[in-house]
Design a protein around this ligand. Sequence first.
Ligand code: G4P
Length: 530
Amino acid sequence: MSTLSEQIKRRRTFAIISHPDAGKTTLTEKFLLYGGAIQLAGSVKGKKTARHAVSDWMEIEKQRGISVTSSVMQFEYDGYCINILDTPGHQDFSEDTYRTLMAADSAVMVIDAAKGIEPQTRKLFKVCAMRDIPIFTFINKLDREARNPFDLLEELEQEFGIGTYPINWPIGCGVDFKGVFDREKREILAFNEFHNGQNKLKTIQCDITDTERLDELLGPYQRASLVDDIELLDGASYEFDLEKIRHGKLSPVFFGSALTNFGVETFLENFLKMTTPPLPRRCEEGEIDPFDEDFSAFVFKIQANMNKNHRDRIAFMRICSGKFEKDTEYLHVQQGKKIKLSQPQQMLAENREIISEAYAGDIIGVFDPGIFSIGDTICAPKSKVRFEGIPTFAPEHFAAIEQVDTLKRKQFVKGITQIAQEGAIQIFTEPGGGMERVIVGVVGVLQFEVLEYRLKNEYNVAIRREDLPYSYIRWLADPAVEPKSLNLTSDTKWVQDLKGNNLLIFVSEWNIQWAKDKNEGLQLMDFNRG
Ligand code: G4P
């Protein structure tokens, strides 16, 4: 039996982020293969017909039109217990994607070597940067034509304002991809395209000054270019600094190819060494040490309808300290009530399993009879901590909705308020307009369809939806400012939240600037807030 502290020390909890198609699913699958959590390549992301993805296990829900989730997987590798939080892409993108990052201690950012930074990578990076969480970069698809690696690094540094430290360096790309040079070991890891995705790769120890041997391995052209690159890197790149890495100021960069399984194991090994075990969490009383004996956790995601036979909800929580034990009484801080968490479960590759214990760093899902809200704290009764809330993320798409059948007004209001409480949508009203017509704001457009589907299926209300052209939302910082008196472009809209706070929604950043220019002293606050 290992002790509490041994169990916690071996935990690593990270989110995997990327723009769709960069290779996040493929990389996750390779991690799981190494961990022995799955046996078959392709079981995470099956071919179009058969299996549904492990990390995309909401595929079935998606077909029913209501997928919006981030999944969590746990597996063991080399003595570590690893929790991967997947962040959904495509139009599944939602606030959940952002909130998931609140539950991670670090992030792995997958970048397509031919494309570099893409819009979704940018958005997710910003959220990671808000919390200074360490970011590890995996530049993927080197087996295809790729951009110049120096350009890719420069792009990361310029766009994200962080340093980069390449742990390895690619030798060619596409059909000329020969492998990578390990900067620490000063050796070449050769790419062998016939390894079938499973075998160990050939590591060739070769001093960078051994011209003859390098010529033999790479040919004179690639040898010369590698030697130049390494000289340039050693001279000009950032110094390796673990402290900076752990504070999100320096990103270790790895080059590889998830599909051909090249560079994945090196990545995993280095990553596990460099990341931290679960980190302390901020709460109102200060910080909670993960090694504290008393259990504490916060809810970062609530998901409805995972089981189509039951209209249940699952609350996902990140354990921040101590050990969770089944059938133990805990305190739900926000409601001030003692509760037992029912059907506690964890995702292990394809399966959801009922668990009897879990440790700081782990993510568990529990059955939610409708009592939890995003950001709630659950803890051992005597510890009474309260974690800092989860930020609200600015919606980027807006629509006006109203019920088709006016007699269903009560169900309509109940439905949208409950769904808003879960954090799936944000609702606003037009001043003086009441709840007949509601402005809904979401982070990802699929949320509108989910809302429509759920209102119909769970509340039996059909709605009419009018998509609105707005993309930006700002608070009026000064409550004394009368929105009616402001000089705004005709396409700027004044709305209120359910507490009556005034907000403005804009179609473009240009309009925000216009509002500031034409109204002296006007203070507009960003929506993302802690
Ligand atoms: P995502 O989760 O980030 O959206 O990306 P995913 O892993 O699904 O990969 C997107 C596509 O890119 C897939 O091809 C996948 O096989 C391919 N891919 C991933 N990593 C690499 C790599 O290292 N090299 C190359 N050449 N391709 C890679 P697809 O044709 O869209 O899907 P599938 O038919 O292979 O499932």
